[in-house]
Write a protein that binds this ligand. Structure first.
Ligand code: SF4
Length: 496
């Protein structure tokens, strides 16, 4: 979240203590009014980043056309005056929440897609993820004369492409992405190609769709549904697809790594109506609730979700426990970003702008609150207090994920480890801190069962679960202050 007073007021206490997915990416090839479809896709991916959005389209008549704006997709990309700037049958787009780049406050210069002119033509690029050797690469590149236009880690990819000696843009992109470490789902567009790439571990999602003769690349399947596109398949970890008027070519430009998809996409980041790995996100969350009820049972009168992210798990918890489900907390769906600029008196009174306890339902009852995670714990304290103030006799909290003990370095905004409640307190201490009668978390084994694994492989987990386990699937080169695995001289040698 941004640190401005207005943002503090407008941010809801239920939302400001969540891990945040950094970005959503979307691309369309071979469809009239491609940018309009991209705007719809980005609207469906708005949960993956609310600070800014951008679209680049291409048409042979006008070349590359770019609109990048701060704010929601609907604030800008519904206006005819804006969409008129973006003609063509090919376009890519991006929604952004900042972590890498201008931390905590998005500047227009960091909004993607980024665009660069190479000798062989232009290229727009949009990235979801995080490059874990971006700091080291940036300083090497600056030492050798690169002039950065933004604070975004994605710009490293552009500068690495500029230094490659390959003859075409896809080959330059392969070179660049072989030198970066970390998580990336990238969509790029040249004058004739739409390109999609997923990092060798496939940490962040990327799917392929079709609508008539057109092709779509998207972070999630929910953004295919919004335009009536058919889901074709996921882009595989380590795969690069190049879409042209001749069709789709699939390449494997990276060394093989074991896949490590982010398991938190199932818990919280992805939309519940998306499908990942053949499993509906809603169903995964419902099963998480079932596992949670088995692992952390409690005697109570009502199961209430912390809306919206706790809802499917609360349904599963209710089904497995037999405790009735109720909407004990009501969310106002109509709160936008544009609201009165508050004076101090209003700002400090803890306005229940977006959520309120449903007093008639919970008064005198023993309530189980189900939420997706606890980050700093400040939100949980406020929720529990709100439910107690509304007359709940007991408040129990059940969390639909294991304790979040470690920071994410793969494209999710997490506080530093010391600020994560679970990194410095036992479950009992956390229960005291948030003032609940009992607190229970899903185990990591329960999480794996819920997403369809018979068991977690402790040596080589099938997913990235580092924020729970601390087992990072890559070296964190910038954190370690270590040298790059590959250096810029590798690029200059043609990747030999
Ligand atoms: Fe996902 Fe956590 Fe891994 Fe980050 S550390 S990619 S949030 S599982």
């Amino acid at each position: 979240m941004t640190d401005t007073p207005a943002a503090n007021f407008l941010s809801d206490p239920f939302d400001d203590d969540k891990l945040r997915e950094e970005c959503g990416v979307y691309g369309v090839f071979g469809m009239d009014e491609a940018a309009n479809f991209v705007a719809l896709g980005l609207h469906a991916l708005q949960h993956r980043g609310q600070e800014a959005a951008g679209i680049v389209s291409y048409t042979p008549d006008t070349g590359f056309n770019t609109v990048r704006r701060l704010g929601y997709v609907r604030d800008h990309f519904t206006k005819q005056s804006v969409m008129d700037i973006l003609p063509g049958r090919m376009a890519i787009g991006h929604t952004r929440y900042s972590t890498a780049g201008s931390k905590g406050q998005t500047a227009l210069r960091d909004v993607q897609p980024l665009y660069a002119d190479f000798a062989m033509g232009g290229c727009a690029i949009a990235h979801n993820g995080n490059i874990t050797n971006a700091d080291a690469l940036r300083s090497q590149l600056i030492d050798r004369g690169s002039i950065f236009q933004s604070a975004s880690d994605t710009e490293c990819i552009v500068h690495l492409m500029a230094r490659s000696i390959q003859k075409n843009i896809p080959d330059r992109m392969k070179d660049a992405l072989r030198i970066v470490e970390g998580a990336f789902s990238v969509i790029a567009m040249t004058r004739s190609k739409l390109i999609g790439v997923r990092d060798p571990m496939g940490v962040r999602p990327l799917v392929l769709g079709r609508r008539g003769e057109g092709w779509i690349l998207s972070s999630e399947t929910c953004a295919l549904d919004i335009i009536g596109a058919e889901f074709v398949r996921e882009i595989e970890p380590g795969e690069m697809v190049i879409i042209t008027s001749s069709g789709l070519e699939s390449l494997r430009p990276f060394e093989d790594r074991d896949p490590r998809f982010c398991v938190f996409e199932y818990v919280y980041f992805s939309r519940p109506d998306s499908v990942i790995g053949g499993l509906s996100v809603y169903e995964a969350r419902r099963r998480i609730g079932v596992e949670l009820a088995r692992e952390a049972p409690v005697e109570a009168d009502l199961v209430c979700p912390v809306p919206d992210s706790g809802t499917p798990a609360a349904i599963g918890f209710s089904q497995a426990s037999g405790i009735p489900y109720a909407m004990g907390i009501i969310k106002n769906q109509y709160v936008g970003r544009t609201f009165i600029q508050p004076g101090d008196a209003i700002r400090h009174m803890g306005v229940r702008l977006k959520h309120n306890a449903n007093r008639r339902s919970i008064e005198g009852r023993r309530v189980v609150l189900v939420d997706d995670s606890i980050v700093r714990g400040t939100t949980s304290q406020k929720i529990v207090q709100m439910v107690r103030d509304a007359g709940a006799k007991e408040v129990h909290m059940r969390i639909a994920s294991p304790p979040t003990r470690a920071s994410c370095f793969y494209g999710v905004d997490t506080p530093e480890k010391a600020k994560l409640l679970a990194s410095r307190m036992s479950v009992e201490e956390m229960a005291d801190f948030i003032r609940v009668d009992s607190l229970g978390f899903l185990t990591i084994e329960g999480l794996y069962r819920a997403v369809g694994m018979a068991a977690r492989d402790a040596e080589a987990p099938q997913f990235c679960d580092a924020c729970f386990s601390g087992q990072y699937p890559t070296r964190l080169l910038d954190v370690e202050g270590a040298d790059n695995v590959r250096t810029l001289s590798w690029l200059a040698s043609g990747g030999q």
